[in-house]
Design a protein around this ligand. Sequence first.
Ligand code: PR8
Length: 492
Amino acid sequence: MTDFSEWFHNILEEAEIIDDRYPVKGMNVWQPQGFKIRKYTLEILRNILDKTHEEVLFPMLIPEDELAKEAIHVKGFEEEVYWITHGGLTELNKKLALRPTSETAMYPMFSLWVRSHTDLPMRFYQIVNTFRYETKHTRPLIRVREITTFKEAHTVHATEEECEEEVQNAVKIYKQFFDMLGIPYMISKRPQWDKFPGAKYTVAFDTILPDGKALQIGTVHNLDQTFAKTFDITYETEEGDHNYVYQTCYGISDRVIASIIGIHGDEKGLCLPPAVAPYQVVIVPIIFKKGAEEVLEFCRGVEAKLKSAGLRVHFDDRDIRAGKKFYEHEMRGVPIRMEIGPRDIENNNAVVFRRDKLEKDTISIESDDFIDEIKSTLDNITHDMREKAWKSFNKHLRDAETVEEAAREIEENMGIVTFHWCGDEACGKELEEKVRVDILGVRESKSETYKMPLTEITKEEIDSLQEEGAAARKCINCGKPSTCRTMIAKTY
Ligand code: PR8
């Protein structure tokens, strides 16, 4: 696809995912097709989370004084908060914020709920809409002012170690989730100046969309005891002491749906992973004047068998040209199309078309074994789509030895460029600035920024780098020894 932005916008409209004509900027309407993809995506996440977390639902409004309690947190969000000032004609004594996220809604309640060490750990999540008055260019699903698919998890722990473990646990959860959707990712620790307001540190998942721009698709924050101290969340230890708890929170948003659409789609439109496709199989009868009823009847039988095996199947018996149906279902990304005509019935066959590979095959439907064959084809599609997406992602990852090289790579090839950095904040900011302004000659625009999420080097990596020689371990900006490998990318 030549212009991803245009493609993305068009497909949202043509496949009836989102209608962005709603008259409030950054707030869009989920249409039935989009809503189903969203529903199945959330089902995957719920299935994973329900094993260890409990789902809750907090109010959408947060009193001004609660939101303001955690100073660093509120500072980070102050420019993005929508306020309710009136109830009818009456001005409210206390303004109410539309939640930009729910820490300050939940944690005063956690303070009431947490009593003893036996209550811990606590793990909750909710899937809600949150509101952020984004000043940057808004885009459906990617940067919205009403985030409608905000899954936020909040956990409470007795010790620092357990809290650290939970960060790793959350990373595992998101890996599993993104793997099931075939979304490739890079996991990194954000620099201190780019962490969640109030967090000790932030770990983020980034993917790359087909235009080479990075998109943050999930974040895990270690909140340490910051919020516990602000909201007085304490527990009684076995010895009878009162300690502050440790907390984490982690979230994903509509961007996951944007990634499913953007990463797997192609010139023909959507290409949906079977797990989230509204229809996993569509059956298209190939009808001629003679024997039409027999074909329809036969297809109904195939439909019933696949449905009873738990698959989401649609029998498209509309009285329109088969070619038109093919076009529509390809555009909507249905993973498998079965075509059945009189000759197929005669031979006990069906044509199976794979949306991901755009390839046709003939299968036997003589016995019910074909049901398993369709199921395993769906599994193969999931697998192959994931592989293809990772291949393309890896092509977008490159190393750089100098700042100029890093900037040039981004300018010419986009994607994520990795290199060594000393870890110093002033040096990091200077580097970002050099890439952004000095080299590319680009001033921060409303639609694009350059981010520098950091990836900490693991022990094994440091060992292998020592073999590479000293040059490989120097900060590409200041030349001091490098403790981190970092990355820079043009981001959404
Ligand atoms: C938290 N608190 O809030 P986070 N449009 C679409 N997606 C967005 C937008 C937007 N305007 N803004 C952020 N996201 C924590 C964790 C509870 C849960 C995405 O964290 O502020 C971000 O890319 O990092 C991120 O993946 C997710 O929402 C969580 O937001």
